[in-house]
Write a protein that binds this ligand. Structure first.
Ligand SMILES: NC(=O)C1=CN([C@@H]2O[C@H](COP(=O)(O)OP(=O)(O)OC[C@H]3O[C@@H](n4cnc5c(N)ncnc54)[C@H](O)[C@@H]3O)[C@@H](O)[C@H]2O)[C@@H](O)CC1
Ligand SMILES: Nc1ncnc2c1ncn2[C@@H]1O[C@H](COP(=O)(O)OP(=O)(O)O)[C@@H](O)[C@H]1O
Length: 341
């Protein structure tokens, strides 16, 4: 187990070729955001560009794409097909016979068929990031008590159906896939459901990175969050071995491990304990993968630089006043300070 140092981290910064064009620096396909978490889609997408990725496509519901587009012209939008929720309403004015009227609400839930809309993007992308703010239409803890179940899976609610179809498609993909936030909660649900039902064990794509906070890791391993916090390195290594992926266990002194090599990050401070800073981290790691770094190196450089951005932001704005959005502006300053060392 090693603590990351500035000298080591500096060697990981990807080279910027003079004779280059946007795709030299990779294409991030970011599948993120939902009706309540539009900011997560913005933060994760823009952070990837800020660390040097050449091209970022945001795939999300049309409403999320529209909101993000209003905030920045720098991200390419790929609006996905949504599925209205159809419900029946009984008309109480007609008493002789029951009159049922079908109504529909657009919750901006992504249709599972949207995975087909993504097939070209999934092939073209250098790296795929999934899950920042890609919410489900019910609380996470209801995942363990689905209202309906079929073949052991929750019947598609919110983005469930889309997540499942996407995960199935991603199984064969050769690029690095970074799973964050609600993608992790969905994976936890599948892991624990399939264990009880003697279904084939869930596998993640070959080159995966997962970025859980302690509660998300607790859900993945099906243990208490206090156990995780009592031995963070141990549980990060267990998860890396079980899921055959790079694990970034977030929080103070983030742990980065592939199950064999383990690193502890010394940068960052309480300014990062602010909604949305994890979404920024996912974008940063995605942006470095896009530029050709191995998943482990991208995770180490990304976590260190994210913390350093928070340290520089706090020097100017105090640990109280930093917003996740401010981190985006401090990323170039953090890169500059690495280059000057
Ligand atoms: N502006 C936006 O659109 C934002 C969207 N977000 C999205 O919101 C969704 C829900 O994410 P949440 O993380 O809020 O929900 P979760 O329910 O996954 O996590 C919150 C729970 O985790 C625990 N927890 C988190 N960090 C911890 C730590 N370091 N140590 C111990 N316990 C810890 C908290 O106590 C809390 O009980 C995600 O999809 C996320 O991407 C958030 O990132 C906030 C900002
Ligand atoms: N006190 C702290 N010291 C250092 N880093 C922190 C601290 N609090 C939070 N962080 C970092 O901020 C990020 C928070 O991510 P996360 O918990 O997913 O939040 P959100 O979902 O709101 O974006 C992680 O990278 C975590 O390591």
């Amino acid at each position: 187990m090693k603590t990351l140092t500035q000298e080591y981290i500096k060697t990981l910064l990807p080279h910027r070729a003079d004779n280059s064009h946007k795709l030299t620096f990779g294409h991030v396909l970011n599948i993120a955001g939902s009706i309540n978490y539009r900011g997560a889609a913005y933060l994760s997408s823009i952070a990837a560009l800020r660390v040097g990725a050449g091209y970022v496509t945001l795939a999300s519901s049309p409403g999320v794409c529209q909101s993000v587009c209003a905030l920045t012209p720098n991200i390419v939008m790929h609006p996905l097909l949504t599925r209205p929720i159809i419900y029946a309403e009984i008309n109480p004015n007609i008493v002789e016979s029951i009159s049922i009227e079908l109504q529909s609400i657009d919750t901006e839930s992504i249709d599972e068929k949207a995975v087909m809309q993504l097939s070209v993007q999934l092939q073209q992308a250098t790296v795929i990031t999934v899950g920042s703010g890609l919410s489900i239409a019910q609380s996470k803890d209801q995942f363990n008590n689905p209202i309906n179940s079929q073949h052991g899976m929750a019947v598609a609610e919110g983005n469930h159906g889309f997540f499942f179809a996407l995960l199935t498609t991603l199984q064969t993909c050769t690029q690095t896939v970074i799973f964050d936030a609600d993608a992790l909660n969905f994976i936890s649900h599948l892991l624990h459901k399939s264990a009880g039902l003697h279904q084939p064990a869930l596998t993640l794509p070959n080159h995966s990175i997962i970025t859980p906070h302690p509660k998300e890791l607790a859900r993945l391993l099906n243990i208490d969050v206090h156990d995780i916090q009592a031995d963070r390195t141990h549980y990060a290594i267990i998860a890396a071995k079980q899921l055959h992926s790079i694990v970034v266990l977030k929080g103070k002194d983030s742990v980065i491990t592939d199950g064999e090599y383990t690193f502890i990050n010394p940068t960052g401070n309480s300014a990062l304990a602010k909604a949305g800073s994890g979404d920024v981290l996912t974008g940063i790691i995605g942006g470095f993968c896009a530029q050709g770094l191995s998943p482990l190196n991208a995770a180490c450089l990304g976590v260190y630089l994210h913390g350093l951005s928070g340290d520089l932001a706090a020097e100017e704005l105090t640990q109280y006043g930093v917003l996740a959005n401010d981190l985006i502006h401090f990323i170039p300053k953090a890169i500059k300070s690495l280059l000057q060392q």
